[in-house]
Design a protein around this ligand. Structure first.
Ligand code: KIV
Ligand code: ZN
Length: 438
């Protein structure tokens, strides 16, 4: 097939809008093996995690959160296996999550020993609600927890780096950021950046999670923008998003927050994750692709990605999941089918270099899929439907007059059956009407 450029990449001369668009891909970090995995009824075993990890590498993820090694022996083992079997490509950084607690941080450093590139990702919860009912402390107490953890992480890193040639980077998440007063978020992030010795040439990832999505997407974007504008050490930070999808608007929130200036996104394939899931990276990436922006992830064989995902998670991708669901490149309506056919014919006739077909936001072939018209033979489908099935499925080109006559026969059969007919049943009617000797 011919690979087309998605049509919006061609600038329209009179285009006044949108004024602000996403023009380049963020740094992607897959948290499938951690946030996604922790939300599975049966978490992945070692073999499944390794299989999933390899697929993420093949898709092009350069940052992959592989788990929470201090949380269980299985998680620890998976981290060690990846390192000891040398399964991590040199250009891929593994990320490990840990709570801001001393014994867990020490165990995490044991787990990552010998890895080439690692992000140590630590977090504590900061929201007004969590402070009040879970930690029973004020903001100063929460800041102390983060700063103490940052001190220890810096100390352990400096020791490790002086003894080995490991490349260790830092990430801090004020968990439940979107439920925290923005001024307090800025305060805690600046304190952590200072403690970690962040600098423009040694940036620290500041990951601002929408741990529970409770507001409209613009609210999250505004919170991100506030931090970007007000953090003293903003130049020493990479601003990362970690949206969940409780209101079903995780993708929109992420897109707006990228427009607000964020540079990195943590999410999962097909939106697996706690409750309603993490933000779906496949949708985000292919939304960019549909706008002519190279997502820097390779979904040209989306069926393979989906197969590995379904095998390892025992979860099914829903039929209407954007880009990947079984039904998303089908057209049931006759008028849609007609418009698509005309679009494809026009592309061929004018040899257009870009994709411009009604009802199909991208060329399905670009992600290894195909457009499928679904012809439904029911009492509403008209003469065209029966003729189409006879042509597509059985190779009969019906003359115009016969189309009308046969359409009436099919309609009557549908009415009598009170349901749709299968193509074989349409053929049976055709055979009875025109092929059998009477
Ligand atoms: O959703 C969340 O806040 C998290 C953090 C641990 C980053 O998963
Ligand atoms: Zn999360």
């Amino acid at each position: 097939y011919k690979k087309y450029i998605p049509f919006r990449q061609i600038p329209l001369p009179d285009r006044k809008w949108p004024q602000n668009t996403i023009t380049k891909a963020p740094v992607w970090c897959s948290v499938d093996l951690r946030d996604g995995n922790q939300a599975l009824v049966d978490p992945m075993n070692l073999e499944e995690k390794l299989n999933f990890f390899q697929m993420l590498v093949d898709v092009g993820f350069k940052e992959i959160e592989i788990g929470f090694p201090s949380a269980s022996e299985t998680e620890y083992e998976i981290c060690r296996t990846l390192i000891e079997r040398d399964l991590i490509p040199d250009d891929v950084t593994i990320q490990v999550l840990v709570q801001a607690r001393e014994h867990l941080i020490r165990k995490t450093f044991d787990a990552i020993h010998g890895a080439k590139n690692v992000i140590v990702h630590f977090y504590n919860s900061t929201s007004t609600l969590q402070r009040k009912i879970v930690f029973r402390t004020d903001m100063d107490g929460v800041i102390d927890i983060a700063v103490d953890a940052a001190k220890l992480i810096r100390k352990l890193t400096e020791k490790e780096v002086s003894e080995t040639n490991m490349n260790i980077r830092y990430e801090y998440s004020p968990e439940s950021f979107s439920g925290t007063e923005v001024e307090n978020s800025v305060r805690i992030c600046d304190e952590v950046l200072e403690t970690l010795g962040a600098a423009p040439e040694k940036k620290v990832i500041i990951n601002l999670p929408d741990t529970v999505e409770m507001c409209t997407p613009n609210t999250y974007a505004d919170q991100i923008e506030y931090c970007i504008r007000n953090m003293k050490h903003r130049d020493s930070a990479i601003i990362s998003l970690h949206p969940h999808n409780d209101r079903g608007t995780g993708v929109a929130a992420t897109e707006l927050a990228l427009l607000a200036g964020a540079e990195r996104v943590e999410g999962t394939l097909f939106g697996n994750g706690e409750r309603t899931g993490n933000v779906d990276i496949v949708t985000l990436a292919l939304n960019m692709y549909s706008q002519g922006v190279d997502p820097q992830l390779d979904f040209s064989d989306i069926r393979h990605v989906r197969e590995v995902y379904e095998h390892c998670t025992s979860m099914k991708v829903p039929p209407r999941q954007p880009y990947a669901g079984d039904l998303v490149f089908t057209a049931f309506s006759g008028s849609h089918q007609d418009a698509i056919k005309k679009g494809v014919d026009a592309m061929k006739a004018h040899d257009k270099p870009y994709w411009e077909v009604p009802y199909l936001p991208i060329n399905p072939a670009d992600i290894g899929r195909a457009y499928e018209p679904v012809i439904r033979i029911n009492s509403q489908s008209g003469k065209g439907g029966a003729a189409f099935v006879m042509q597509q499925s059985f190779g009969f080109q019906l003359p115009k007059a016969m189309q009308a006559e046969f359409g009436a026969v099919v309609k009557q059969a549908c009415d009598e059956a009170g349901r749709e007919l299968l193509p074989e049943e349409v053929y049976g009617l055709f055979s009875k009407e025109y092929l059998e000797v009477k």
